[in-house]
Write a protein that binds this ligand. Sequence first.
Ligand code: ZN
Length: 129
Amino acid sequence: MSKIWTPPDPDDWGVVQDIQPSTRVRHLPDGRVMGESRITLTPEAMGELWAGYRCAACLERQDEAFPEFCKAEFCRFPIRAEQQRQMQLDFVGQQPPPLAGFNVEEELDILRQREHRKRPMMTVPKKIK
Ligand SMILES: [Zn+2]
């Protein structure tokens, strides 16, 4: 019996919302051709991808933004070097298509600011704010 792989963190199980067949293929460095599927991710997961907190190759969550390599042992995708290029390739078939003149760098800056979460060690009671 086959088993569908699920992320080790149960909080991460809802990230892929839909998987549909597609006509796109990926040419692997060794010459093999791999069929690709069109997956639908939650908006939060998309933000994490653009902000470098999620691997574009295997979708594993990362502990820091744009680590040198994906932390998943089976993947080790060079996120720091390749993630942005991979994201641009993967969004060629995006529905709807990206806007002409879409500034990826600017968008990444916005996402980094918006997705950054402070995790203070102590909280300030409302009374003294
Ligand atoms: Zn990965």
